[in-house]
Design a protein around this ligand. Structure first.
Ligand SMILES: Cc1ncc(COP(=O)(O)O)c(C=O)c1O
Length: 445
């Protein structure tokens, strides 16, 4: 593929415009397309649209294509499996790719303290992984309440939606929500909900759980689980202070409450570790994984301590979940991740973070730069003291980057996220930063 970016015409080009016009007629308008990118092909971190314009991809299909677009080993694994059989339903029959993947998950997930005493349930998406986690937590604990965090995103099916509190548009018109869900402030250290500093706090934001929710609203012995994103994704790529997770683990253990880590966005090498929990020394009871696990094929996994996942046949299942082709893609993906890709995410991510931090002096609109590995958020503000959110400027920035040939996405109300394929090179990261610098100047002017 040609070296990106290479934009040959005003966007969208004629072929892209024609496809988008057809999409407008026949495809659900509930999707959130920020700009008119129509994919033709991709390789590594480079994508080409149907008019032959070439872009650098810092979105990776919303943090999915960790191994890059159409990694040859993944394509080979998919093709080989497809030639043998496409489907046999792991709910009613056995096949080895699903078993192998469950074994792999037991070895890598931050569950069970490294004992490998882990079982996995397979679905097709992040939302399904969360549904399974919520149902399992209720079933196993014989309790029904769930505590989640403000700003979190866990999916759009009705159970997952009830714990989601990212933007009201995701909930508006769909109520009433599943009962028994309580939301607490997340450890957004740039905008500390209790006005403290991350270096010296004791995660006082969790006092809201301990001294409000668990005192005034619900008895701890009726709380099945707390669900938390180790690093908040859609909410703005928010990295909590480590003491937040440590205190949350202590609090949940004290009350026999299960702790669910939603690693759908942060997992599978994205943060420079296989799972973001590892940055915080966090071991949980249940973990949800999707997005990056199968390099683009649909797969959601819910892994739990073995003694928790003891629900009986028929309690939960999915016809397509753990599909053999997706499982083969996942096994290949995990191999590539272990084989140096996680290290690349850490190295190139560290470089990208430093370079973005380096833009802070020049661009007062940059309020905060944060992240781990290649999960990096830049929050834009109109004033560094008041931290007034630069919302329209953020949207302009996403558009400006697109016009220059870089795909990025927003996160939260006023942040942009860098979630490229983990194969991104240092040179590609430098190109992205140079264009970002240009775009920041453009929106400021
Ligand atoms: C943390 C998290 N959980 C769950 C989901 C839902 O995943 P899906 O869109 O595959 O249902 C997402 C999607 O963005 C996510 O970021």
């Amino acid at each position: 593929m040609r070296t990106p970016p290479d934009i040959k015409m005003p966007l969208p080009g004629p072929k892209a415009a024609a496809i988008i016009a057809r999409d407008n007629q026949y495809v659900s308008p509930s999707y959130t397309r920020d700009y008119p990118f129509v994919m033709a092909k991709g390789e590594g971190a480079v994508v080409e649209d149907v008019d032959g314009n070439v872009f650098l991809d810092c979105a990776a299909g919303i943090a999915v294509n960790g191994t890059g677009h159409s990694h040859p080993d993944v394509v080979r694994a998919i093709t080989e499996q497809a030639h043998k059989y496409l489907h046999m339903s792991g709910t009613d029959f056995y096949y080895e790719p699903q078993v192998k993947l469950a074994e792999e998950m037991a070895a890598i997930v931050p569950v069970g303290g490294g004992t490998g005493e882990v079982r996995s349930f397979f679905g097709n998406s992040g939302a399904e992984a969360v549904e399974a986690a919520l149902k399992l937590a209720r079933y196993a604990s014989k309790r029904f309440n769930i505590i989640a965090f403000l700003g979190s995103f866990h999916g759009r099916t009705l159970g997952a939606l009830a714990v989601t509190s990212s933007k009201y548009v995701q909930r508006r018109g769909f109520g009433p929500m599943m009962p028994g869900v309580f939301h607490a402030p997340y450890a957004n250290c740039y905008r500390c909900p209790v006005g403290l500093e991350p270096d010296s706090c004791a995660a006082e934001c969790l006092n809201f759980v301990e001294e409000q929710i668990l005192v005034h609203l619900v008895s701890p012995d009726e709380v099945a689980a707390v669900i938390v994103e180790p690093i908040q994704g859609e909410g703005g790529y928010v990295v909590p202070a480590p003491q937040f997770h440590q205190r949350l683990r202590e609090l949940t253990s004290k009350h026999g409450i299960l702790l669910i880590a939603d690693e759908v966005q942060s997992g599978m090498g994205r943060t420079g570790r296989m799972f973001a929990c590892e940055h915080f020394g966090l071991d949980v009871d249940i973990v949800t994984v999707a997005k990056g696990i199968a390099s683009g094929l649909p797969l959601g996994v819910t892994s739990a301590r073995r003694e928790i996942m003891t629900w009986p046949p028929g309690a939960h299942a999915s016809t397509f979940g753990g599909n053999p082709v997706s499982a083969a893609a996942a096994l290949a993906t995990i191999g590539i991740l272990k084989d140096g890709l996680i290290r690349n995410a850490e190295t190139v991510g560290g470089h990208l973070l430093d370079r973005l931090l380096g833009l802070k002096d020049k661009h007062p609109i940059i309020g905060d730069v944060r992240g781990r590995g290649l999960m990096i958020g830049v929050e834009l503000v109109r004033d560094r003291v008041t931290k007034e959110r630069a919302t329209t400027e953020r949207d302009q920035l996403v558009q400006a980057m697109f016009k220059r040939g870089v795909l990025i996405l927003g996160a939260g109300r006023n942040a942009v996220r860098f979630a490229p394929p983990l194969v991104l090179t240092t040179a590609e990261a430098d190109t992205v930063v140079a264009l970002f610098d240009e775009c920041l100047s453009e929106i400021a002017g």
